[in-house]
Design a protein around this ligand. Sequence first.
Ligand code: FES
Ligand code: FES
Length: 162
Amino acid sequence: MVLTINGRAHRLSAEPRLVLLDALRETLGLTGTKKGCDQGQCGACTVLVGGRRVLSCFVLAATVREEITTIEGLSAEGKPLHPMQQAFVEHDAFQCGYCTPGQIMSAVACVNEGHAGSEDEIREYMSGNLCRCAAYPNIVQAIRQVAAEMHPEADLRMTEAG
Ligand code: FES
Ligand code: FES
């Protein structure tokens, strides 16, 4: 099978039952994507496929046809951080950091989907990403900042919502 990840094609010889998360971490050494529950319940393994967020522990690698973006692909080494990564740093939106790659990938999609119009909406559309350290308020603030930068009219609605 061939997986296109972060702009690069990777040819893999693997069993059909290989899940995308294990292909990324174990086969290709892309360990930025984390394994939490391995049961589709925590969001730690979130990556983008064709720009849409998916739980990579729940997808067979052989079924993936579109481009995959992992946390490693958001900003190249030596380049500035992606705005969402920068916002997470600025808002101290993590403690142990284990959930953070999944949170950031999901947050990027949340904003791109147009689901970051208010803090309530952000909480709703980020509810699939769990954080044992309960960094939720800071995560919401980081997403709110990026959404406001990308969609100033959304910032107005958030201000009105209080
Ligand atoms: Fe995939 Fe938890 S590891 S949802
Ligand atoms: Fe520790 Fe989220 S920062 S689980």
